[in-house]
Unconditional design. Structure first.
Length: 234
């Protein structure tokens, strides 16, 4: 179960995350509110323009994201999958690190990474997934077996490589630690989902780490990157 968004303000300063959420989303106002006042919120209108400019404009998308991820794929000699979601406020991709097929079962190791379009934030995590194929029905049954939240085990080298590339391109951007990203804000509803009390990750990135989509098995440091948010000593 996700926890409410909170942090130790004596040691860390994550108000930047909350301020961005508040800027673009009318916290406490439902998407289904009468007369559509949710859609009249200036932040929602600004967000829609940002998404249209960065994602729906194919030339901008190619220049600002696809060219970047294509280069990462070439350097790693790995397959890159574009996962940017039409109305979600981020650029997003995944890298297929391993793919093992055994009869009717496929196991993959995937590294996912996103860069927010509404704040100076990025996200990286690894997934172990399996798909059981039903040849007769011509469909598959997909499951996430584990989430890796920091440079760990087989993901370590690739996680660190992608993070370096993101930091080189997106100066002054900070990773949102998994533990904070999964925290919810009461009354937060995002434009592209019907969910209530959405998580920070849904507000800044996408819905891929929804509780119903991920495993309870989490590996690595859930607070990886927390030091980026440490208060500076006077």
């Amino acid at each position: 179960m996700n926890t409410n968004f909170a942090f130790n303000s004596n040691k860390y300063d994550l108000w930047e995350i909350y301020e961005v959420i508040k800027k673009y989303y009318p916290i406490g106002i439902s998407r289904n509110e009468g007369r559509g006042i949710y859609l009249e919120y200036k932040g929602i209108q600004a967000l829609e323009k940002i998404i249209a400019d960065n994602i729906h404009n194919s030339n901008n998308y190619q220049d600002r994201w696809e060219s970047f991820t294509t280069q990462i794929g070439k350097e790693l000699n790995k397959e890159i999958i574009g996962t940017t979601y039409g109305q979600a406020p981020s650029f997003s991709s995944s890298i297929i690190l391993q793919k093992n097929e055994l009869e009717d079962c496929i196991h993959k190791k995937e590294l996912h990474f996103s860069v927010s379009l509404i704040g100076n934030f990025y996200q990286i995590y690894g997934l172990d997934t399996t798909t059981v194929l039903d040849v007769k029905e011509q469909k598959g049954f997909h499951a996430v077996n584990a989430v890796t939240t920091s440079p760990y085990a087989a993901f370590k080298e690739y996680f660190e490589f992608v993070e370096r590339r993101i930091q080189e391109k997106y100066l002054n951007y900070k990773i949102v630690p998994f533990g904070f990203g999964q925290a919810i804000i009461r009354g937060l509803e995002v434009r592209y989902l019907d969910d209530f009390d959405c998580s920070i990750n849904k507000g800044l990135f996408n819905h891929f780490l929804s509780e119903e989509n991920i495993s309870k098995f989490i590996r690595g440091d859930k607070n990886y990157g927390k030091e980026m948010w440490a208060k500076k000593e006077d």
